[in-house]
Design a protein around this ligand. Sequence first.
Ligand SMILES: Cc1ncc(COP(=O)(O)O)c(C=O)c1O
Length: 445
Amino acid sequence: MSLSPLQQLDAAHHLHPFTNHRDMHAAGTHIITEGSGVWLKDAEGRRLLDALAGLWAVNIGYGRREVVDAVAAQMSQLSYYPSFFNSTTEPAIRLAAKLAELAPARLKHAMFCNSGSEANETALKLIRGYWKLRGQPARTKIITREFAYHGVTLATTSMTGLPSCTVPFDLPLPGFVHVPGPNAWAANRESDPVAYGQWCVEETERVIQREGPETIGAIFAEPVQGAGGVIPPPAGYLRALRELARKYGILFVADEVITGFGRLGAWFASGLWDLDPDLMCLAKGLTSGYIPLGATMVSDEIAGVLINGGYLAHGFTYSGHPVACAAALASIGVIENEKLVERVRDDVGPYFRSKLAELATHRAVGQIRSEGLIGAIELIPREGKAALSPTTMLGIKASNLVRKEGVIVRGIRDLIAAAPPLTITREEIDILFAAIRTGLDRLWD
Ligand SMILES: Cc1ncc(COP(=O)(O)O)c(C=O)c1O
């Protein structure tokens, strides 16, 4: 196959994130050129249904005029000014206030950044600063879970519980402690996920006691683990984990980079499961991916300590970038005006779940999981689950087969994951699942 001039340039000069470059260069990079609603067009003119919303981000769908116009207006009026040194801009103020209105009750302050990794990195630094100001500087350790994904900086990779992310870089750094994540399928405990979840909490408590509670600053948790394979929490698990943190005076951080802004049929998963987090990290759906933006929200108590603690020496050149904040306000406006949260909760979420359930009896399907508009299908080879090995990678094969049918899903290990824009219609959900079924029919060929 010959590469187009653009593909040749890409192969010559562009290092991609999370990519096997040799495979990509052999096949030719897939170049996307246009987007509208849930639909993309590629450089070959092919239409594709994007059932991953970019990277679990484009909650309002592609090409919304509301965001385009808000961004253009803000760029014309004031293209950039920082929020350092006693200054800021109107969109940053309005967005911080809007987030305080939408977020769980105790979270009334936002610190902005550019990505999910930076939102978690910011949380880590604010937590360290907070404990030092509180006179407990020994609380530097951080607990996260296996299968967690929290980002790619040195510290957030250290929090990530996926060997594929940590091993190539000899991470985690010291002080990052991993506990079991509630992935009953991976633990061969799928017949009793609730009991497995309970065991995970008990094991987490043993780890806290072993490490010394007075040395632990925070527990970070994605309410539904996303990039680790779409792992919704078993009943009772998350609340128990949250209470465990409270019991030992450890801060609880909800990483809502994927779960925020309606994906689960609630503004935030923290509200859905009454998690009352001390901090909450946001990105992706915050602007629906139109412009990079992240935010770390903190409780009144933490904000009070930091505000009274003197000079806060943290922040990025683009923290609270006015154009990004204008995009976020416009995207949130679309979610509100079109009642997309309620739409996921009452309409397309349950429909998505019912279509996913129809696949449960497919011969190549071992388990289905979903919550709101995010779901995963665990795949098994012809020989059964016991034949799965760490290198089977059925998910990549399946996602390629589904893409041939015109639908983008994500392959992870031996599963495929989907998280379409919240604007997806029932008809588009039908197209999505018809493509998955056809792809899976060929998985064992
Ligand atoms: C839960 C979660 N946290 C953090 C991140 C990192 O975000 P970013 O890629 O914007 O740095 C991701 C990205 O997928 C994520 O899913």
